[in-house]
Design a protein. Structure first.
Length: 188
């Protein structure tokens, strides 16, 4: 295990400025090369102390922003239409990427799909409550309602049936117009 200082928020570890212990390979192969952390040397720890005030201000601002976003989406409902079989089982599944896109479309908030829990796909029609981790201490719950396309298809068929009944009346009118046109041709 090696002690590191996070330079950016890492969802599974902590926020910027946190000092954590992680596996040597995780630190050297992923966190440090991607600019997410630095080794916690005495020099880096002193530098962290000097930056701590600005880091705390940023954290307060980010938390306030997360609280504002939570007020926009908490306890709201998002509907996703998908193809499903008769037993309510979806053809395919609704992934966290689909959920994030639906939240952005319906509620107007861009959400990182990695912040959605549970992070497994939805495979059945029905209601599922998800948690969105907007900030380490701020979570919003959103109801994802998955509906079948079939219910809309049935309504469309009823509309088509009633629309099909209306054109049956119009051919009678066109038949009446045809003899008038024939009479005009005979007059010539």
């Amino acid at each position: 295990m090696v002690q590191i200082i996070l330079t950016k928020e890492v969802p599974s570890l902590g926020g910027e400025g946190d000092v954590v212990k992680v596996a040597q390979g995780y630190a050297t192969n992923y966190l440090i090369p991607n600019g997410l952390a630095v080794i916690a040397t005495s020099g880096n720890l002193k530098q962290l102390e000097h930056k701590q005030e600005s880091i705390n201000k940023r954290r307060v601002a980010l938390k306030a922003q997360a609280e504002e976003e939570k007020s926009k989406i908490h306890e709201k409902k998002v509907t996703i239409i998908a193809k499903a079989g008769e037993e309510g089982r979806l053809y395919g599944s609704i992934t966290t990427k689909d959920m994030a896109a639906a939240i952005e479309k319906d509620l107007g908030l861009e959400v990182d799909r990695r912040r959605i829990e549970p992070n497994h796909p939805i495979k059945q029609i029905g209601d599922t409550t998800i948690k969105i981790r907007l900030y380490p201490e701020v979570e919003a719950k959103v109801l994802i309602k998955v509906e079948s396309e079939e219910s809309e298809t049935d309504e469309d068929e009823e509309t088509k049936t009633s629309a099909a009944a209306e054109p049956e009346e119009t051919p009678d009118a066109s038949e009446e117009q045809q003899p008038a046109e024939e009479n005009e041709k005979k007059d010539e």
